[in-house]
Every structure is written in structure tokens, then in C-alpha cells.
Design a protein around this ligand. Structure first.
Ligand code: ADP
Length: 468
């Protein structure tokens, strides 16, 4: 090879080397760029990875929380289930107690539809639970009076309790009719069920009182029979003492007269007691008559006061009679009305110390008026008998109209007394459509109110009269 060729070859080689070096540099630069890019991507990936890690951590916390919440919810549900079954158990227990109670019992909702009936009620009424459940109580449990007349819905104790939200009992005896149409006398107590201040239904408890009625009747018949027998001797004694005192057997010394007078007044007490017992038995056997006639009420009251004047004077009591409606005429059974007023005035005299005051007021009181704490549901003629006497102790006031009741303070001061007067008075007014009530403060005095509706006393058929 010549020198020229050698030079050319080495130039070529140098050129090629240069090109190669350039290429290498380009490749190196590219590699640098790629490395940078790679680093950037790596960093980006690292950030994303960190974010993901954080997210994963958060998710793990959320998952844990969810798991916890789940556990709490599961526990709460379990607790609720336990509580629920406890409540259910308690409810079932209460229902079982109600259902197995010895008296008849049924419950209604606020519309009067039966929601529960117990076994005793089913047995007493001769009806199965499925025959009455969900039905209106008066349609499936029939009630009548003694004569078989159906009791109107508004007079049924359950209706009254639903209407008034008050516990209701029954005064006259009504009868429940069994499925087989036989009936039995019933004592009833209805209690409203109140939730959030509202009546949501009633519970009626009732029992068959056939046996009590039979015993009561036998007792009254016995008293009636015994009283008749007891009446004969004192009637004879009365006649004889009156003859003696009348001077038919000659003159007596002052002392003898005093003794005979004592015999006469003790004997009179015996007659009064026997008469009271007879009246009670006639009331309880439902055997007394109420016969009404148009009468001047004030005139009758005045004549009673005139009859009692000597006793009033003897005790030096002041008597005030106030007649606001002098000419009021009312349909009355005079004998019964006299028993009422006579008892009230006699009590005022007996239970007031010497020198006290008795006030008798006769007046018409209108429907809606309040008198002695009592709101009148109809217009009435009212006789108000007030005294400034011993009064009735507060703790004993609820028993005043019960048979044989005598307050402790009255017993201490007056040993004689039957405790039958006010019982008879209340029975007369109850049976004739009237009312009696009172207010009293011990050692201050009492006020008794006897009211007869302006429409008059209610008539009543019976076999016997009451004795005044
Ligand atoms: P009695 O007078 O025969 O005891 P009542 O039935 O008439 O029977 O009266 C019952 C009781 O009521 C009396 O015993 C007395 O305790 C009380 N009472 C009645 N009226 C009055 C009155 N005006 N003042 C005080 N207590 C009275």
C-alpha cells in the first residue's frame, strides 16, 4: 500500500471513529435522558406508591372501624333481641296473670272493642274468646236490669269509664246475660287504661254476686221478721205508759211520774230502732213504695220544724228558717220526704251543743249551679240544713251514709243512736232520683244538702210503706 492510501485509510478510520464517537455521545446522552426519565418515573411511582400505601392504611382503618361498628351493631341487635324477649316474657306473664285471675275480666280498646277476655269471664258468660274478640263489648256481652230490660249503652260502666276517664262501679244491681239466655247479678269495676294522658281503653273486672244477694235477702228477711216480732211488746208498753201518764190510773207522785216518763222515752227509742230496722229491711228487699203527689215543699219543712220546736227550745238552740221559694210545688211522696228532712234536722239538733244555731234553707237551685262543692246536673229543689255543732271528723266522712255508722265524736257525746238514719235518707233519695251530700268540719259544724229534682220524686211500685 502506498502512503496516500495509508493516509486515506487512516482518515477514513478517523472519520469513522468520530462518527462512532458522536453516535456514542448521542447514545450516552439518550441514556442520560432515559435515566432521568426513569428517575422521574421512579419518583412518580414512589409518590403514587406512598399514596397507595396511605390509602391502603386508611382503608385498613376504615375496614377496622367498619368491623368494630359491625360488632357493636351485632351486639346491640343481640341485646335488643334479649330485651325484646324479656319484654315479650313480661307481657306474656302479665297477660297470663290477667287471663287466670279469679274474677271475670275483659279489656277493650278506646272504641270499646274487646281486646282481651279471661277464662273466668268466658266461663261466667258462657262464651268463647273467639266469639267476642274484636267485637264491640255491648254487642257480645248483654246487660239487663232485674225485669229483663236491656241497660242503655251510656249507662254501662265500661261506656261511662271510656267517656269520663274515671274508675266506674255500679250502684243498682244489673245482670249479665249468658249465652244460654240465663242471667246472673254482677258487681263491676271498670278502670280506664291511660297512656300519655289519653284513654286507650278500659279493663272491666266483674263477679257473679248471686250468693251475696241471696245472703243479703235472707238477712233482710230475718230482720223484717224479727222486727215485726220485736215491735209488739214496745207498742203495748207505749199504750200503757201513755194511759198511766194520762192520769187514768189515778195521780202519781212527781218521782213516780218522772220514772214513768223515763220508761216512755226509753220505750220510744226502742220503737224508733225497730222502725228503722224495718225500714232498712224494706229498702234492701226493694219492697218500699214511692207514691207522689203535688205538695208545697216549704210548708212541709215548716211543719217538721214546728213539730221539733219543743226539743229545739229545750236545748236552747237558735233556729232560722229561710224559704226562698215559698210556693214551690213538687211531686213528692210526703212520708218519705218527711223522713229525710226529719232525720237531717234531728241530727242537727242532736249533734249541736246547747246554745248553738240551726239554719234550714229551702230554695230552687238551677242546673249547672255548684252548691256545697256539688255541681247540679239538673234543676233541683234543695233543703239545706246547717248547724254549728260537733261536725264529722274528716277521716270518717266517707262512711257517713253507710249502715250503722256513728262517728267517734258522736258516740262519745251521745251514746244512743242507731247509725241508720242517714243510710235510710240516702236510700230514699237514691231510689226517688234525689241527691244528698254534705260538708262538715269538726267542732265547727255541718251542712247537709237534700235535693229533689224539679221534675219531682221518681215513682216506684212496692208492697210496703216506709215508717216515719
Ligand atoms: P244516728 O244519728 O242515729 O247515729 P245517723 O245515720 O242519722 O245515725 O247519723 C250517722 C252519724 O253521722 C251520726 O252518728 C254522727 O256521727 C254523724 N252525723 C250525722 N249528722 C250529723 C251532724 N249534723 N253533725 C255531726 N255529726 C253528724
Amino acid at each position: 500500500m502506498n502512503q496516500k492510501n495509508i493516509i486515506s485509510a487512516s482518515n477514513n478510520a478517523a472519520l469513522k471513529l468520530k462518527v462512532l464517537a458522536k453516535e456514542k455521545e448521542r447514545v450516552r446522552r439518550k441514556l442520560v435522558v432515559t435515566a432521568k426519565e426513569k428517575e422521574r418515573v421512579r419518583r412518580k411511582l414512589a409518590v403514587a406508591a406512598e399514596k397507595l400505601r396511605l390509602k391502603a392504611k386508611q382503608l385498613a382503618v376504615t375496614a377496622k372501624n367498619l368491623e368494630n361498628a359491625n360488632i357493636v351493631a351485632r351486639n346491640a341487635l343481640e341485646d335488643l333481641g334479649i330485651e325484646n324477649s324479656k319484654v315479650e316474657m313480661a307481657r306474656a306473664k302479665e297477660e297470663a296473670i290477667l287471663v287466670s285471675i279469679g274474677d271475670g275480666l275483659f279489656a277493650t280498646d278506646k272504641r270499646g272493642n274487646i281486646t282481651l277476655i279471661n277464662k273466668t269471664a268466658e266461663k261466667l258468660l258462657g262464651k268463647k274468646s273467639k266469639e267476642v274478640m274484636g267485637k264491640f263489648f255491648s254487642e257480645v256481652i248483654l246487660m239487663e236490669d232485674e225485669k229483663g230490660v236491656p241497660i242503655p249503652l251510656k249507662k254501662r260502666p265500661s261506656s261511662m269509664a271510656l267517656a269520663t276517664s274515671a274508675t266506674t262501679t255500679m250502684d243498682p244491681t244489673y245482670y249479665y246475660v249468658r249465652k244460654d239466655k240465663t242471667k246472673f247479678p254482677v258487681a263491676i269495676m271498670v278502670t280506664p287504661v291511660i297512656l300519655g294522658g289519653k284513654v286507650i281503653g278500659v279493663i272491666e273486672v266483674f263477679r257473679d254476686i248471686t250468693r251475696e244477694k241471696e245472703i243479703d235477702k235472707a238477712k233482710s228477711e230475718f230482720i223484717s221478721l224479727a222486727s215485726h216480732q220485736l215491735k209488739t211488746p214496745p207498742t203495748a208498753i207505749k199504750l200503757l205508759t201513755e194511759r198511766l201518764l194520762g192520769g187514768k190510773m189515778g195521780e202519781f207522785t212527781k218521782k213516780q211520774k218522772e220514772y214513768i216518763d223515763d220508761i216512755r222515752s226509753s220505750n220510744q227509742r226502742m220503737i224508733d230502732l225497730v222502725n228503722a230496722l224495718l225500714n232498712v229491711s224494706r229498702i234492701e228487699l226493694g219492697a218500699f213504695t214511692i207514691r207522689v203527689n203535688e205538695k208545697n215543699v216549704c210548708a212541709i219543712v215548716q211543719s217538721i220544724l214546728d213539730e221539733l220546736k219543743s226539743v229545739i227550745d229545750k236545748k236552747q238552740l237558735k233556729l232560722k228558717m229561710i224559704s226562698r221559694d215559698m210556693n214551690a210545688m213538687l211531686m213528692l211522696d210526703e212520708t218519705l220526704f218527711r223522713i229525710v228532712i226529719n232525720n237531717l234536722v234531728t241530727n242537727a239538733i242532736r249533734y249541736t251543743a246547747k246554745g248553738g244555731e240551726i239554719r234550714v234553707e229551702c230554695k230552687v237551685a238551677n242546673k249547672g249551679q255548684t252548691l256545697g262543692g256539688n255541681l247540679l246536673k239538673e234543676s233541683c229543689f234543695v233543703v239545706v240544713v246547717s248547724d254549728t255543732g260537733y261536725g264529722i271528723p274528716r277521716g270518717e266522712q266517707s262512711k257517713v251514709f253507710t249502715k250503722f255508722f256513728r262517728a267517734d265524736n258522736a258516740r262519745e257525746k251521745l251514746t244512743d243512736g242507731t247509725g241508720l238514719g242517714l243510710y235510710i235518707v240516702k236510700s230514699i233519695l237514691d231510689h226517688s232520683g234525689g241527691l244528698i251530700w254534705f260538708t262538715s268540719r269538726e267542732n265547727k259544724g255541718s251542712v247537709f244538702y237534700a235535693a229533689i229534682p224539679m221534675t219531682g220524686m221518681r215513682m216506684k211500685a212496692g208492697e210496703k210503706e216506709l215508717m216515719s
